[in-house]
Design a binder for this molecule. Structure first.
Ligand code: AVI
Length: 352
């Protein structure tokens, strides 16, 4: 079930120890496939979208799971976000990977079977596969069929000798990883992009534990995670001057109007991004600018002026606290690679 971005994290403060697409599993569900378009929801997916939206809008503190950001327009806007001057995450992670791939490859070891959660179009995996010593195979895991096909085709074209098996699944839910037929020395889970930050700490632990089950003994995990930093940098990253993130957030209302017979007036809501240093997360909200009644699929929802819909959490971790979380999921921290400002970390974990 979808991640509730209003839920307080379990345990100690994630800000001082180092979460929801929640289902972005979208990402939760389909990942944020920046370069790939996602079709409108239909069939069972449309039923889930409707159920999530009706439930979230009926809650005392209204919320929606971030996975529903990623329709065709949402994917396009997310792609633009990753190139914004204020959104440091994508380029910082790419720089860390670029500088440290040989060492990361050494930490992983030869003959790894790589499976990537939320593979998007497979762009990041190409660089990793290039650096790894004799990779045994590549399994992109992705909800979005077009993104999955793109990841498979990209990697097959570039590495014809590497077996590729596309896995259409929501990595935020349990799924079977059909890796049995490909001989390998070890399995490597690859989860870049700090998507882990869109899960609350307990959900993140469960997801890491699923990855540990998929990787098995001797397995490795290479993961990107965004780190806590000053309020100004964080709030600008989620509320850019050009208004692309605002458009991304508001597109959810446009999608509800289009796909769920909603009548949100987009100009009657505004995007807000706020760093919560206690919970260690940037929260995105859509704030109602007036008292108003909105309808979705025939149901009426009365908003007060200033009332918000909580649309996303993006947790920012402390590196040691993240290692402790991963340890509770069965992973031993092997190495951490960061940038000169320590804004972002690429981490390698192992299962002994
Ligand atoms: C996909 N995920 C890692 C992004 C983030 O930074 O939490 C989604 C996003 N939301 C607003 N900007 C980017």
């Amino acid at each position: 079930m979808p991640t509730d971005p209003t839920a307080a994290p379990a345990g100690a403060s994630p800000a001082t120890r180092a979460r929801s697409v929640g289902r972005q599993g979208s990402l939760a569900g389909a990942g944020p496939s920046a370069a790939i378009t996602a079709p409108a929801a239909h069939g069972e997916e449309l039923d889930r979208f409707l159920a999530d939206v009706l439930r979230g809008l009926s809650a005392p503190r209204r919320w929606t799971p971030p996975k529903w950001f990623y329709d065709e327009r949402g994917c396009e806007l997310y792609g633009r976000i990753t190139r914004l001057p204020e959104y440091y995450l994508t380029r910082t992670e790419a720089g860390i990977l670029e500088r440290n791939l040989p060492e990361i490859a050494r930490a992983v070891g030869p003959g790894a079977l790589v499976f990537e959660y939320g593979a998007g179009g497979g762009e990041k995996a190409l660089r990793l596969l290039e650096a790894l010593d004799r990779p045994a195979g590549y399994l992109p895991v992705e909800m979005s069929a077009p993104a999955l096909a793109a990841a498979r085709d990209e990697v097959e074209a570039r590495f014809p000798a590497i077996p590729v098996r596309a896995v259409q699944a929501d990595f935020a839910e349990d799924f079977h990883l059909p890796a049995g037929g490909i001989p390998c020395a070890r399995r490597l889970a690859f989860f870049p992009g700090s998507t882990i930050g869109n899960f609350d700490p307990e959900e993140a632990r469960l997801l890491l534990a699923r990855m540990a089950r998929h990787a098995g003994r001797g397995g490795r995990l290479v993961l990107g995670v965004d780190l806590a930093k000053d309020r100004e940098t964080l709030e600008r990253a989620y509320d850019d001057a050009e208004g692309v993130t605002a458009a991304f957030d508001l597109n959810l209302l446009a999608r509800i109007n289009r796909e769920l017979s909603g009548d949100f007036r987009l100009e009657a809501f505004r995007h807000r991004a706020r760093w919560d240093p206690v919970l260690g997360r940037v929260e995105m909200h859509l704030e109602s600018l007036a008292a108003q009644v909105v309808h979705v699929a025939g149901q009426a929802f009365a908003f007060r002026a200033g009332e918000t819909i909580h649309t996303e959490n993006s947790y920012k971790w402390d590196t040691d606290a993240f290692d402790a979380l991963a340890a509770r999921a069965g992973w031993r921290a092997e190495s951490t690679f960061t940038d000169e400002r320590s804004w972002f970390a690429v981490k390698v974990f192992a299962i002994d």
